[in-house]
Design a protein around this ligand. Structure first.
Ligand SMILES: C[S@@+](CC[C@H](N)C(=O)[O-])C[C@H]1O[C@@H](n2cnc3c(N)ncnc32)[C@H](O)[C@@H]1O
Length: 451
């Protein structure tokens, strides 16, 4: 006879599909962020299953309207109230059948068995019936382009309608490419720490470690891997030879172009990717002040600085109110990586599509305006400020900067070297996610004219 330990007796059965349904419910119905919710559920499963759980949650949030449309067609009435988590369990089931290489019968039976861990055995027959009907209906079904294009835009493109309208207005010729790019799995980009290796020599280390490279950005130290890999497999990660950062975000340090003895401010710094890049690139600046309004996020800045062996003055403060933190020394360079809609990084954070609301955009534009005005007053005449967002919405980007230049006679827009032809009338550099496989990002570089 084997006697179970107290620990084993306490362990509840874990069902990945049940955890995925709970996670998606927390995001969509309770407005919580996937970045907060997924790790909580992942803590309950083995390392091997963490990836599966992640793939299902990301997939359901990527294809939410389409999956809901599929389920709606098979139900007499929608699941509401306390049954909502089972609504998400159905989406979890349909996502696996449509998009994952899991045999249909296994996807159905694993999803159905989640009903016992979710403590509602009555739902078992319903989930079983709906998923089996879905499998039957999809067998041999050929969906034509005309059937797809007859669907409402949110179901066709898997984005909310307010956002589709904004992208159509901003990019009348490219909007479909942008929405399609948002549906892709994101690439993994590395930033090589020039203090240790050049991009070319680190590429050799990657080749030795049998990690293949998809592309290399000629303007920065950015290397795109062919496949995402665990950081522990990256040569010298713990020693700070390399960091994970998208290719678009890696343009900031290059564009800010700090010089020896510069006094530098990164006024929305957490988690510190760009602060660290600037310090790696120009270790001989006079000082780096990294501020952020969220103390909890500044912990990540400290961790990143420590791993990379770098130093900065870290302050928890509101960048829109310098009275609370500014010591009276003007800055030569300021990076303003503004709080924004995050609409350029939807493929990395598909929950943004469902958490962000149309009404958030106006409030963000006002906050960006306030931070821009305040930090501009801390810039030395002759100094430069780099405004950045991970947004693709013109309101937060070129329209914001156009308004600023029109209202500040001492602000001059500087040319940005982006290896792309500048079209006349363009303000700043808008990187779109459908281009070089980088995140959607915006940069504008402003010089404070000496008067
Ligand atoms: C886009 S993120 C910055 C990313 C960071 N620069 C990096 O590269 O890792 C924007 C940051 O602005 C911060 N933030 C929002 N409002 C702020 C304010 N009023 N003052 C300072 N920081 C603010 C947020 O907490 C968030 O960490």
């Amino acid at each position: 006879m084997t006697i179970k330990t107290a620990q084993e007796n306490k362990q509840k059965p874990v069902n990945i599909r049940a955890l995925a349904a709970k996670c998606c419910y927390s995001v969509v119905d309770q407005g919580r962020s996937l970045g907060d919710e997924l790790p909580k559920q992942q803590d309950k499963v083995s390392d091997k299953d963490k990836g599966l759980l992640q793939e299902i949650c990301y997939g359901v949030l990527r294809y939410l309207p389409e999956l809901e449309h599929d389920v709606r067609g098979l139900m007499q009435k929608p699941l509401t109230g306390k049954q909502r988590v089972f609504h998400f369990l159905l989406l979890v089931g349909v996502y696996q059948i449509k998009y994952m290489r899991i045999p249909d019968h296994a996807a159905v039976s694993e999803t159905v068995s989640a009903t016992s861990t979710l403590k509602n055995r009555h739902m078992k027959a319903l989930i079983n019936g709906v998923l089996r009907n879905f499998v039957r209906a999809s067998e041999g079904a050929i969906i034509t382009d005309s059937q797809t294009s007859a669907l409402p835009a949110p179901i066709q493109y898997n984005h909310p309608s307010w956002f589709i309208k904004k992208v159509q207005q901003g990019y009348p010729e490219k909007w479909q490419n942008i929405l399609n790019a948002n549906q892709q799995k994101p690439p993994m980009w590395l930033r090589v720490n020039q203090q240790h290796h050049s991009s070319a020599s680190y590429q050799k280390l990657l080749a030795t470690a049998e990690i293949s490279v998809n592309s290399v950005d000629s303007l920065s130290q950015a290397i795109e891997l062919t496949r995402p890999t665990d950081v522990s497999k990256l040569p010298g990660f713990e020693q700070g030879w390399v960091s994970i950062q998208d290719g678009a975000a890696q343009q900031a340090a290059r564009l800010l172009n700090c010089q020896k003895d510069d006094v530098v401010l990164d006024c929305c710094a957490a988690p510190g990717g760009k602060t660290c890049h600037i310090l790696e690139q120009t270790p001989n600046i006079s000082s780096m002040t990294a501020i952020d309004v969220e103390a909890s996020r500044l912990v990540r800045v400290e961790e990143n600085l420590t791993r990379l062996g770098l130093k900065a003055h870290i302050i928890t403060a509101d960048a829109a109110n310098s009275k609370t933190w500014w010591q009276g020394q003007y800055f030569d360079r300021i990076l303003l990586d503004a709080p924004c809609s995050g609409t350029g990084v939807i493929r990395r954070h598909p929950d943004i599509k469902w958490l962000r609301k149309a009404s958030d955009i106006d409030a963000l534009v006002i906050l960006q305006q306030r931070i821009l005005k305040e930090t501009w007053s801390l810039l030395k005449p002759g100094g430069t400020l780099l405004y950045a967002t991970c947004s693709i919405l013109p309101q937060e980007n070129n329209e914001q900067i156009k308004h600023f230049i029109e209202n500040n006679a001492d602000a001059k827009l500087l040319h940005i070297d982006c290896a792309e032809k500048e079209t006349s009338g363009t303000i700043g550099w808008q990187i779109l996610p459908d281009g070089k496989n980088m995140d959607g990002f915006y940069y504008a570089k402003l010089l404070k004219i000496k008067t």
